[in-house]
Design a protein around this ligand. Sequence first.
Ligand SMILES: Cc1ncc(C[n+]2csc(CCOP(=O)(O)OP(=O)(O)O)c2C)c(N)n1
Length: 321
Amino acid sequence: MKNIQKNLLEKIKLIRMVEEEISNKYFENKMRCPTHLSIGQEAISAGVCLAINNNDYVVSTHRSHGHYLAKGGNIKKMIAEIYGKETGCSNGYGGSMHLIDKNVNFMGSTAIVGNSIPVGVGLGVAAKLKKNKKISTIFFGEAATEQGVFYESLNFAALKNLPILFICENNLYSVYSSLNERQPKKRSLKNISSSMGVESIKVDEINVHEIYKITKKYAAKVRRTNKPVLIEFMTYRYREHCGPNNDDNLRYRKRSEINKWRNKDPIKVFEKFLLKNKIVTKEEILNIEKKIYSNVKSAFKYAEKSMFPSPRNAFKNIFAD
Ligand SMILES: Cc1ncc(C[n+]2csc(CCOP(=O)(O)OP(=O)(O)O)c2C)c(N)n1
């Protein structure tokens, strides 16, 4: 148990420290793709990805760094990708929103909201046909549940009894639009899912270990029954929708709301929990930070030193005219 908790702490810290460094260095103008930071949402990436198996599939969204790193993605390859270099996980062609790394069964992220949901469903079909006992985990934001493709995908997954874990990260906003500007008051994702026969739960939990335990339970159920489950996690992003800055000055989010979520920062909450229960010491936390810091620094050096892809290869891996 202790090891799991330490791994979870390392993962949430890794995601936070990598993204803070992206934010610090973004102004150098060497990372030229848009970046959507998941600072504030790390507990879901870590809790979910550590609860599933290494060979399970994951697909993700425009806000994908946390999912990629938590799934075991290589930090050097991710940073090189954001720098547009050939050593990146997508050979420098994709950038932050198009990470793919089949070595860790991270099967892709896309910029089009909702677009990776049917891809994840397809992976569920593949797992079922191959009887390989893998499950497909699909990350998406709550705005993707306003897209038609979400309903088609959920319906198909239910109809065909597919081993899929739908993970909705509800951070309350689609860019600047709050939930109450986009959805009727009584709309419930849980009810929508259950009306299609998909078991669903809503989780308002910030402790990454609890998120891990909940996911573990439902992932096992999906694997055992070959039926999809949907988990909606409530969360909050701290930075602007897209980019390295804070945008609290724009006032589309109430100060009281920001403070409420800042007070339950997943990293602070988990560190406090681990210290209180004597699972880690302050010194161990410092050592974890030192190790991550050095890995982050060398990933950025690696990315900066790497070459841009050759224009000669620009038309490789293109499947449509
Ligand atoms: C089909 C489509 N519509 C609109 C956009 C523009 N867009 C990019 S991200 C985003 C918000 C998505 O919100 P959500 O899915 O909740 O994820 P979050 O950004 O909150 O993590 C929008 C509207 C897009 N990329 N694709």
